[in-house]
Design a binder for this molecule. Structure first.
Ligand code: IYR
Length: 223
């Protein structure tokens, strides 16, 4: 056995009834989350973003290497650079790169190549996955389960921001290598997504299409 120090672990005792109530209450709050594409420029305190990123940083991950980096963008110049580069990629996507099948799947969402929210929203959190680096971020040590780890962290980030009363949008321009240059990140990091954060615009609406969620019977099996 290798050296392996431990510390005690326990959780507060919660009776079953209370446990069920809490799970349902969390479910109901998460149900209120919708991906929002219309943001106002109303400011959001930096402290909210800081706490949400700290929450994301507690995600379970491969070998505790914590293979993520969150580049937080608020400067108008950087936001404009990201918008311009993303719209360029999206123009190619919508004008030919995407298959007919893909465009048909997107039609009920009403998305297109215009991404004004990348400038309007107060914060863009550009999430990077560290393919290498370990805890010390040396750029060499192997990391493990990188996509899984960073994906879970993004879920926790989004859930925390939702709990804080903010709207989010996960934006995934493709290809998104340009984000590495704009955010000045090393080449062993791979941009994974942009989480756009802010308040919804007054006139904001969301596609009715996405209200249809698969029922429990469909998404779960019990063995
Ligand atoms: N990245 C594009 C297209 C897009 C793809 C999927 I799958 C979506 O669920 C939404 C959008 C865009 O941002 O428009």
């Amino acid at each position: 056995m290798r050296d392996h120090e431990t510390v005690p672990y326990s959780l507060p005792d919660i009776a079953d009834d209370e446990s069920i109530a809490r799970a349902r209450s969390m479910r109901d709050r998460l149900k209120q989350r919708r991906t929002c594409r219309y943001f106002s420029d109303e400011p959001v305190p930096r402290e909210v973003i800081e706490a949400a990123i700290e929450a994301a940083g507690t995600a379970p991950n491969g070998a505790n290497h914590q293979p993520w980096h969150f580049a937080v963008v608020s400067s108008p110049e950087k936001k404009r650079a990201i918008r311009e580069a993303a719209e360029e990629e999206e123009r190619n996507f919508y004008a030919g790169k995407a298959s007919e099948e893909w465009l048909t799947a997107l039609a009920p969402l009403g998305t297109n190549e215009d991404k004004p929210f990348l400038e309007t929203a107060p914060w863009l959190i550009v999430v990077f996955a560290q393919r290498k680096g370990g805890i010390e971020e040396d750029g060499k040590t192997q990391n493990y389960y990188v996509n899984e780890s960073v994906g879970i962290a993004c879920g926790m980030l989004i859930a925390t921001l939702h709990e804080a009363g903010l709207a989010t949008l996960t934006h995934t321009p493709s290809p998104m290598g340009f984000l590495r240059n704009i955010c000045e990140r090393p080449d062993w990091e791979k941009p994974l997504m942009v989480v756009v954060v802010g308040h919804p615009e007054k006139e904001a609406s969301v596609p009715a299409h996405a209200l249809k969620k698969k029922p429990l019977e469909q998404i779960a099996s019990w063995l």
